[in-house]
Design a protein around this ligand. Structure first.
Ligand code: ADP
Ligand code: MG
Length: 202
């Protein structure tokens, strides 16, 4: 079972990973965007970590919803509302259970990913975070490590894609040949999840 502390540790691990990889994310965004993805997420997840240190939501759903609201209010770029929606909707779908099964979480996460698609209007193959999130959501019911691998492969698969959503789409053909920053950060978040789950029963 996954309890509230599991999700708190996931958010802490995600914040650490975004911190470590901030320069890399910003480099990717400088190639096909405006060079702020690393600093956007660094600011957002630092705020998530801070709010979770002073506030202690009682359930996994409440914790993810709070983290999502925090991202929406602190990240200015497109990625803030999108990641915020992912976490809020996932949290909402978990309801008010004190602990959830991996399968419940996988279903909730899939609802969160679907909400990202609705908000941003992107689909698989548009060279966005969804290219990492969709395969991860599919793999998550079976395994956390499988989800992390699927997200990483999904992010790498954005290299030859032409961007059809977000800032990178303004570049047209010139967006081809670069890995999408948002798909790359999405893979980091799912990797942090797998890391958290690995630490669990070990
Ligand atoms: P901004 O583009 O406003 O500078 P960021 O640099 O923080 O915001 O985030 C850019 C990332 O957001 C992109 O790499 C892409 O993955 C994601 N993104 C942008 N627009 C959309 C969208 N409509 N749907 C899904 N993801 C999107
Ligand atoms: Mg940007």
């Amino acid at each position: 079972m996954l309890d509230t502390d599991f999700f708190r540790r996931w958010m802490t691990a995600a914040a650490a990973s975004v911190d470590r990889e901030a320069d890399h994310l910003t480099d990717l965004d400088s190639a096909i965007g405006d060079a702020d993805h690393g600093s956007n997420l660094q600011r957002g997840f630092a705020a998530v970590k801070a709010v979770l240190e002073k506030d202690a939501p009682a359930t996994p759903g409440a914790l993810l919803a709070l983290a999502g609201r925090q991202l929406i209010s602190t990240v200015g770029g497109a990625s803030g509302p999108l990641y915020g929606t992912l976490l809020r909707r996932t949290g909402k779908a978990l309801g008010d259970e004190a602990e959830v099964t991996q399968e419940q979480f996988a279903q909730a996460f899939a609802a969160g990913v679907a909400a990202v698609g609705q908000l941003g209007g992107a689909q698989a193959g548009d060279k966005t975070m969804l290219d990492a999130l969709l395969p991860a959501a599919e793999a998550l019911a079976l395994s956390f490590d499988g989800a992390a691998d699927a997200a990483r492969a999904g992010a790498e698969a954005t290299v030859p894609m032409r961007a059809r959503k977000g800032r990178a789409s303004y570049l047209g053909e010139r967006s081809i040949g670069h890995q999408d920053p948002g798909a790359t950060s999405a893979a980091l978040l799912v990797d942090a999840l797998a890391e958290t789950a690995d630490g669990e029963g070990a």
